[in-house]
Design a protein around this ligand. Sequence first.
Ligand code: SF4
Length: 363
Amino acid sequence: MPGKVPAGDFPFNVGRSTLNVRRSISLKLTRMHISTIPAPTSPIPVVRVRNLRVGLRREGGAVELVSGVSFDLAAGEILALVGESGCGKSVSCLALGRLLPEPPFTATADELMVAGRDVNRLGAKELRALRGGVLAYIFQDPGAALNPVLRVGTQLAEALRLHHPGLKDVTARCVELLREVGIPEPELRLRAYPHELSGGMQQRVMTAMAVSSRPAVLVADEPTTALDVTVQAQILELLGRLRRERNMAVLLVTHNLGIVAGMADRVCVMYAGEIVETAPTAELLRAPRHPYTRALLDAVPRLGAGRGELTSIPGRVPAPGEYPAGCRFAERCPRVQPACRAAPPPWIEPAPNRGVRCRLPLG
Ligand code: SF4
């Protein structure tokens, strides 16, 4: 199983850690088994992105937010996009469904395929059918995503009717969906307003809405960041189960490496608008090739590591419009050489299924 990391190999954890922490001799937290991860069942990608570029026109000129991002995602696979805030993860996901308003944004790609549809060529009606129907999203804050003045059932029914206009018993299907995402007493919950539900329940409702049309692809953008750790684990378990049962492809945006270790089959690490490393999860965690990936792993706090300062990455991600001519990580990289600053580093593929954007990769 490509994404599964043996317990104990990954000595830190977030997410489900409080539910199932295993003590090793060194008192390290072990990675949680959030889901068992089957290998992708289809070699044909359900998402194919090539050379995605996103710009933003603003006062003083246009800036580039995302520079040449490319990735594939297969049915039943979970691909994690990781990196610090401002690296372009969420913008890339929104561009996938052409959800960025143009203007002020501009988004171009050589290829933008979702479930056999060329997203670049879709008209307004086809795009509406794609969004929510084939490509669904859940976001960080379910409280903000749900309409506070409408009952949960009304909102869920609206989503169902939009994509299944011929559906006869909408209420019964709503109940079924809430039950499927683990909401107790679904008939009662349908009548609740969002503020009457906990954060975890709200995210379950959002997940029910997102999967109501059986999408081929679910984009989960920091789906558990606003939730407490126990609820995080339940939501992640739910996502893992849904992808297994439905063979759904999941594009998971997170900065939480514990979640990545527990859930993702493959990882794309983003930095300053570029993918700087991609690899199967277990390989990336065991032997990162890019200094930024190494620094991210080193910056995760470890229980039992003793007293001392936490490791951090000095400096900050350059803002769009301030990207240097050479390597964008050069200012923060402990391995930087003059050549790194002179020109952008090449994309190297040191092994099958691995890629790294670095002149002097690790390993
Ligand atoms: S290209 Fe140079 S500066 Fe950039 S990550 Fe690699 S070693 Fe560091």
